[in-house]
Design a protein around this ligand. Sequence first.
Ligand SMILES: Nc1nc2c(ncn2[C@@H]2O[C@H](COP(=O)(O)OP(=O)(O)O)[C@@H](O)[C@H]2O)c(=O)[nH]1
Ligand SMILES: [Mg+2]
Length: 204
Amino acid sequence: MSSFWRSLLGFLGLLKREAKLVVIGLDNSGKTTLVNHLRPARLASFEVVPTVGLSVETFDLGKLRLTVVDMSGASTYRGLWETYYRGVQAVIFVVDASDKIRLCVAKDELDAMLAHADVRAGAAPVLVFANKMDLPGAVDPGECSLILGLPAITDRAWQIQASNALSGEGVDEGVRWLTQQLERAQADGAPGAAAAAAAGGDRR
Ligand SMILES: Nc1nc2c(ncn2[C@@H]2O[C@H](COP(=O)(O)OP(=O)(O)O)[C@@H](O)[C@H]2O)c(=O)[nH]1
Ligand SMILES: [Mg+2]
């Protein structure tokens, strides 16, 4: 499409803004279930099976056209995550809040992601889902945030959101925050710029 038509459609609000989003976190945290919830109903699947490697798909969410990379969290595949960091505009990090022991492993993976040169090069906002909140013993988002060291993140916007990916509770709320960050950054012309300006998170 020529830049003229792109500008015109953009001006009329008819052009979807594209954004690349990676969904990462340890295996079994609920990433694929979460992505399934975000998909338009016609694309949603009844059965969520463990992800082998990764799956990449594109779908529209509001004014955004999202390329969503759902990465396997199994340790064999974690090395693959970084191959998708380049140009990423938003990160969804999912933790199983009912698995307190593995929250420390999740923190190590989160830190490694944030320290990666391709992630540091941008200011992609990070949305953490404290998932499986319905399970007994689930750690509340405030405590999750401390275990994960989120308050130490000062170079980008972050948010922690309690969720139940099975029922969808909390999912839309978290994603609304993320899409607002993306829309603001894209309106400023520099992906992540607004997010950096608004660095600092909220707990829900
Ligand atoms: N109770 C409960 N189970 C969940 C939730 N989210 C996902 N699950 C279950 O956790 C398992 C792993 O989910 P999956 O999406 O495959 O995790 P992934 O490995 O991170 O992609 C599946 O049996 C899901 O049904 C949740 O919020 N609450
Ligand atoms: Mg999966």
